[in-house]
Design a protein around this ligand. Structure first.
Ligand code: SF4
Length: 189
């Protein structure tokens, strides 16, 4: 299989162009705070693995950012385990799969946490602001807010895809990695 794989050093680029809102938000928070809380580590770590990043690449992405705040040793002790775990190298040696939208939408997100689905977990003001920050027009934002009001989170994400790419996705978004793959087909084929 010759699946497109992403290199860790281009994540800033891809996060802006081709990540769904949930992952773009986590990536942005990770870059600005040099830290990811547990829920984000699970959701984002597996998404990166799904993009084709190897264990070594994932470790490098995490290490480079976390060690802006903590030393190498602390990183190894406190944060590297979960990455190895996600790649099936320690613990139960299970090849974990990236979360789909349903799992993300139904997850619990406490205050001060950044995982989850922004269409579901952000309040209206926060979501509007985020969509504006990411360059959507006023009418686009209102279309999305109406879908969100009716709890159609994945349809809202599908609309977001269409507005960002100026082209619809082939099907309703039900997985963050599907979002990325469909984006890739439009932008890189
Ligand atoms: Fe992420 Fe899915 Fe929510 Fe889109 S609908 S933002 S891909 S969790």
């Amino acid at each position: 299989e010759n699946k497109f794989s992403v290199k860790g050093e281009f994540l800033d680029y891809y996060s802006k162009k081709q990540f769904p809102l949930c992952m773009r938000h986590i990536h942005q928070i990770f870059r600005s705070t040099h830290h990811m809380k547990h829920g984000c580590r699970l959701q984002y770590g597996l998404f990166l693995k799904g993009l084709g990043l190897t264990l070594e690449e994932c470790l490098k992405v995490w290490r480079d950012e976390f060690t802006k705040l903590v030393d190498d040793n602390t990183f190894e002790k406190k944060y590297s385990y979960i990455v190895r775990h996600q790649h099936g190298k320690v613990g139960g040696m299970i090849q974990y799969k990236p979360y789909n939208c349903m799992k993300i939408i139904t997850s619990n997100v406490g205050s001060g946490e950044h995982h989850g689905c922004p269409f579901k977990h952000f309040d209206a003001t926060q979501l509007r602001q985020k969509l504006l920050e990411y360059g959507l027009s006023g009418t686009g934002i209102e279309e999305i807010m109406n879908l969100v009001k009716d709890t159609h989170y994945q349809i809202a994400c599908t609309k977001y895809f269409e507005l960002v790419h100026h082209k619809p996705s082939k099907s309703v978004i039900n997985h963050p990695n599907q979002y990325f793959d469909e984006s890739n087909e439009i932008l890189n084929s």
